[in-house]
Design a protein around this ligand. Sequence first.
Ligand SMILES: Nc1nc2c(ncn2[C@@H]2O[C@H](COP(=O)(O)OP(=O)(O)OP(=O)(O)O)[C@@H](O)[C@H]2O)c(=O)[nH]1
Ligand SMILES: [Mg+2]
Length: 276
Amino acid sequence: MSAIVSDAARTTPPEVTIVVPTYNECERLDTLIEQVFASCDGRVSVEVIVVDDNSPDGTGAKAECLAAGRALRVIHRRGKLGLGSAVLEGFAAATADVVGVIDADLSHPPSLIPTLFGALRDRELDMAVASRYVDGGRSEGFAWSRRLLSRTACWLSRIVTPVHDAMSGFFLIRRSCLDGLRTSSHGFKIGLELLVRARVRRAGEVPYTFVGRTAGESKMSAGEAFIFARQMASLVIHRLRTAAEPVQCVTLGTAAAPVNTAPVNKAPALDEIGVP
Ligand SMILES: Nc1nc2c(ncn2[C@@H]2O[C@H](COP(=O)(O)OP(=O)(O)OP(=O)(O)O)[C@@H](O)[C@H]2O)c(=O)[nH]1
Ligand SMILES: [Mg+2]
């Protein structure tokens, strides 16, 4: 691994490690990091690992500043090596038994992290996915063309997984499910990859409101559609070749899901979303 890891000293492992992959996310990173720690405070112990691909806008240096006095580490990679590999590299450096990922652009509400963690723990899930496409979930500020692409990709992904929002980039997974994982994915859809190739037997979807990026530039390109098509073909072949049990999927709750404009400590209680 070519990473340089700073500030690794911890004694008690946290309950969850949140990986934040970044490429040119200088504008929103401080808000995101504040919200992650504020949302988890007193509810779930968290460490954050920022995996930055030598962002030209100085995101890596900014992340180092934000690490001072916090359970936050930064992995600096030599260049833009891709979202999927950034997430896996962050997972490999994690110290918690539960690992997760959240985008740096505030499209995902950090206030949902304790809810996802509670669902994973209390419902004995292997993976808890924040979902736009179950009751109570929605998207805001997302161009219709992107919505169509996302919906189509999710529809296609039902060939290999029962999860409704397999394109979600916001999820938690037990680290033990990653044992022996073999993947060559360098594409965007690492959640889908894990749903099919990792040892996930029971997944749960928790509704939330996705908010389209309001700062910085998208890293999504036309090339990603091609990479997705290749990824899907490979996953279908994998499914046909392996006799793995299909993933069971449960949908948790239908109550109004949080948006990231909500006050950071006002995450819904587990019983509000149907987690006993
Ligand atoms: N380390 C790393 N992070 C990346 C890379 N590509 C994207 N990211 C990060 O991954 C997250 C998701 O990327 P986005 O550009 O938001 O992709 P998206 O959510 O599909 O599309 P938009 O929100 O419209 O931009 C963001 O935090 C990005 O900064 C990469 O090659 N390396
Ligand atoms: Mg985004």
